[in-house]
Design a protein around this ligand. Sequence first.
Ligand code: SAM
Length: 334
Amino acid sequence: MSCRDRPLVDAFNRRITYLRLSVTDRCDLRCTYCMPERMQFLPRKEVLSLEELHKLSLAMIGRGIRKIRLTGGEPLVRRDVIELVQALGRKLGDGLDELTLTTNGTQLVDHAEALAAAGVRRVNVSLDTLDPALFLELSRRDRLTQVLEGIRAAKEAGLQVKLNAVALKRLNQHELPDLIAWAHGQGHEVTLIEVMPLGEVDGDRIDHYLPLTVVRDELDRRWTLTDSPHRSGGPARYVEVAETSGRLGFITPLTNNFCAGCNRIRVTATGQLYACLGGAEKVDLRAALRSDSPDDGLAAALDQAMLIKPERHHFAIERGAAPAQPRHMSLTGG
Ligand code: SAM
């Protein structure tokens, strides 16, 4: 087996099969826990072209990546993203098992049908609240109606929609049961996420950090939760909610580390491969792509990534402390 098709296995014997590919760092929302209002975005010339994104994805598929999730920033604000989805969709069943997207939903009305036609079967939509005033406060933009229409359009296009909500103390904390019940009523699975210390924001995240252990206790008092063996290939752990007949996931990067089963790598829109969401270890795929021998360069960079992937992240949220990593989730790709 040549080094261009050797499977990706890291130093801890974890097989890497899942790529999260950020196609832009730009976003049409400004979620307070994600980025400051005056976010400094990357100059466009630094961002990989569509051809480069496609080429590196193919190289990854050749090395055993079976699932690609396009993310950002907001992937659907990139004008040519559907062309990339169509190109990658042609690899489904030919090396690629699944092509998905994480989106804030604001542009789904325009793109849901094209995504489905290209072979996307599931999308994750981030939705922290159903309250228009809180949506505006959290995202600094008045777009809840578009998001809800986007979710409906996705469903009508035949896409399975999973909702992700960041749990935020005193912000959406009291509303989480209603959000979950609504989502389950619409046939959507929901996953709750703990806020992570990534990049500077305007306030202190600790003010709104809500451990999911607390949420689980609150929900346990209200509903009958049964641990589920279901796994989605990611870090979420699930329960079934008897009263709503739906599935609820918990992603707990702070209260319960899940790195032992990590199967993923992340690539930013500038082609920096981060071996861990919470770590600084990276290799430069753009330099490889733009070198005289891109295929060999990419193969060597991917080998290097396997050597440097850390065993685990070390997140801690402490008052006044600097973020675990200076880069925002919108850069690495959530
Ligand atoms: N724009 C797309 C979206 O909204 O889903 C994709 C990118 S966004 C960065 C991906 C996810 O990361 C969203 O669910 C968002 O709420 C979440 N996120 C952003 N910053 C976060 C943080 N510091 N901690 C936890 N989740 C965060």
